[in-house]
Design a binder for this molecule. Structure first.
Ligand code: ZN
Length: 314
C-alpha cells in the first residue's frame, strides 16, 4: 500500500474518529503493522504463529495484529456479516434498551446509522465523538442480542456524557464518576461473570480483573485513606495515587458497586442519579449497609468522603 492508500484508510469516518486522540501517531503505526502482517503473502508464517498466541495484556501491537490476522482468515464471512446484518434495526433496539436505564428527563434523539462504525482494531468497543466504534472481528463472534446490549452500553456513555458535569477535575470525584459510568453501563450488558470477556485477551488479564472485582472493598477503603492524606496537602490537577486505583477504566469496582445497589433493590434510585457521582457513592453506602445487616462484609465509605464529593458537585 502506498502512502495515499494509507491516508484514504485513515480518513474513513470510523478510523478518523478512532485516531482523533493524542496517541494517533502510535495507533496508525500499529494498524499499518497489523495490516501488513495479516495480508502480506511473505509473512504467512508470522501470521500463523500470531494466531496461536495469547497476547499479553500490555502488548497492544500483538493484540491488534492477532485480531487483524483472524479477520483476514475469514474475509468472506466478514463481507457476508456486513451485508446481511440489519444494523439500523440493531441500533434501534439498543436505543430502546438504554432508555430503560436512564431517567425520563434525558432527551433521546433518533440514532442515525453513522453513529456506528465497524472498524478493525483490538477486540473492543468504545465511544468517540458520540459514535460507537466496534471491532468487526469481535462483532462477528457475537449474537445479535449481545451486539444490541453492547451498543446500549456504549449509548449509555453517550447520553451520560451529555448530562454529567464533565468540567469537574477533582481526582476523587473523577474516579467515582468512572465507577458510576462503567458500573451502570455494565448492568446493561455484563452478566454474572464480567471477567469472562477478558479471557479473550488472556488469562492474566482475566485474573487481574477478577481480583479487582472481588476486592472492590479494598479499593474503596484505599480511597478513603488517600482522601485524608490529600486534604492535608492538596495538589492541583491530577493525583497519581488516586489515578493508580482506576484499573480497567473503573469497570470492576464500578460493577461491584452497581450490582450491590441492584441487589439491595435500589436500581430505580440509581437510574435517577445516573449523572451524580456523589449521590451514587451515597447510594452505594446504603446498599453496603443493607448487605452488612444481612451478614455481608462490604466496605462503607466514610462520611468525610460523601461530604467531600457533594462539595465538589456544588
Ligand atoms: Zn463502558
Amino acid at each position: 500500500m502506498d502512502q495515499d492508500a494509507w491516508e484514504r484508510l485513515f480518513e474513513t469516518d470510523g478510523y478518523a474518529k478512532y485516531l482523533a486522540s493524542n496517541r494517533s501517531g502510535a495507533l496508525r503505526a500499529m494498524i499499518q503493522e497489523a495490516v501488513l502482517v495479516a495480508f502480506s503473502p511473505d509473512r504467512h508464517a508470522e501470521a500463523d504463529s500470531l494466531l496461536r498466541l495469547t497476547p499479553d495484556v500490555n502488548d497492544y501491537q500483538a493484540l491488534m495484529s492477532k485480531n487483524f490476522c483472524e479477520l483476514a482468515a475469514r474475509q468472506e464471512d466478514a463481507v457476508r456479516f456486513l451485508t446481511e446484518t440489519d444494523f439500523p434495526a440493531l441500533l434501534d433496539r439498543a436505543n430502546r434498551l438504554v432508555k430503560e436505564h436512564l431517567p425520563r428527563r434525558v432527551s433521546f434523539g433518533k440514532v442515525p446509522l453513522n453513529d456506528l462504525h465497524l472498524i478493525c482494531t483490538i477486540p473492543d468497543a468504545s465511544v468517540r465523538d458520540h459514535s460507537v466504534l466496534l471491532d468487526l472481528n469481535l462483532a462477528m463472534d457475537m449474537t445479535e442480542d449481545e451486539i444490541v446490549r453492547m451498543l446500549a452500553h456504549e449509548f449509555f456513555h453517550n447520553y451520560r456524557e451529555m448530562a454529567v458535569p464533565h468540567w469537574l477535575t477533582d481526582p476523587f470525584w473523577k474516579i467515582f464518576n468512572s465507577f458510576e459510568d462503567e458500573g451502570c453501563a455494565d448492568l446493561i450488558d455484563k452478566g454474572d461473570h464480567p471477567e469472562t470477556m477478558y479471557a479473550r485477551v488472556g488469562a492474566s488479564f482475566e485474573a487481574l480483573f477478577l481480583d479487582e472485582y472481588q476486592n472492590a472493598s479494598r479499593t474503596l477503603q484505599k480511597l478513603d485513606s488517600l482522601l485524608v492524606i490529600y486534604r492535608a496537602d492538596p495538589v492541583e490537577g491530577s493525583y497519581a495515587p488516586v489515578d493508580d486505583l482506576l484499573l480497567f477504566n473503573g469497570h470492576p469496582t464500578g460493577y461491584h458497586m452497581t450490582r450491590l445497589i441492584r441487589e439491595a433493590g435500589l436500581e430505580g434510585e440509581l437510574i435517577q442519579v445516573f449523572d451524580r457521582p456523589a449521590c451514587f457513592a451515597e447510594l452505594y453506602n446504603k446498599a453496603a449497609a443493607w448487605k452488612n445487616a444481612r451478614g455481608g462484609d462490604e466496605y462503607v465509605l466514610s462520611e468525610e468522603m460523601l461530604d467531600y464529593l457533594y462539595a465538589v458537585e456544588e
